[in-house]
Design a protein. Sequence first.
Length: 337
Amino acid sequence: MIIKTIKLNNFRCHEEYFLECEKSTAMISGENGSGKTSILEAIYEILQGRSFRAVDREIVRRGAEFYRVEMGYEDGERVIGVYEVEKDKKTFLVGDKKTARLPKKYKYPVVLFEPSDLNLVSASPGRRREYFDRFLGQMSEKYSNSLAKYNKALKQRNELLKGEGVDFAMAFSWNVMLARLGVEIEKARREMIERVNRKLTEKYRSIAENKDEIWLEVSGDLAGGELEEGRYLRELEARFERDRILGHTSFGIHRDDYRFLFNGKEADGSASRGEVRSMIVALKFIEAQELYMKLGKKPVVLLDDVFSELDEARQRALVKNFKENQVFITSVGAVKM
């Protein structure tokens, strides 16, 4: 599926915007604050059914009553997304069918590369979870749904813990749900990391041209133990009184972190800035490969002003590894491709 045209109305700062893609690589240049990232956000929204950085009401141009994104494909197909402020409602139009959510068959994999991704190694655990959850969510709709249910159950349990006269029996149903979903989510995370690790060092070495070894691991409350619901439930029960005092759930997969290891040591602090950037570039290449292998579609690649953050060798690596993908690049200045 090749994107040919993008049309925006009242999307962020764009009252009207039109982009025609004549090649597989589209360059979007402009000064900082001119709305370049917003164009990538609109593309992402039509391909995935939602924004990667905001809720709909925050996207509408100030003073407007709606926003509209229309994407035309090479085969003549069109997908339109419209959000109406008054109704606080978003709809998608595919052909002559209107739906509240983008149909699964029209979702298309995306590899999004933001400047903040280059700081992933030193970012907060929550930021790393967000990154890998987005990756896994594209690979598996089941994972995405399970994570949403887990987060809802977690919120309900936390609200319960803050109430007066709460006892363990009142939290039991939420504990069962958290244990079932938590084990399922953790298994998916571990399997994903295993697949990534099979390729990570080799990809890294092809970019950095050295013999360093790179490794990823999931660390958290379930690390080093068997993944089974009984253990999860026992831990929630054992910590109930503590959780009641704290007012939140202190055990579970919502506390997971992803550790980047560089030659057996924590990469944050032992790897240089250039080595860290090579790790992230390698991870992006593997993300694209995994999405293609799982979904059978070459992902659309969105590079948001990252060329200016990379040296020439890593820029060449990006161009080489994404040459068979459709790529959209934002930049303040010209980029050599």
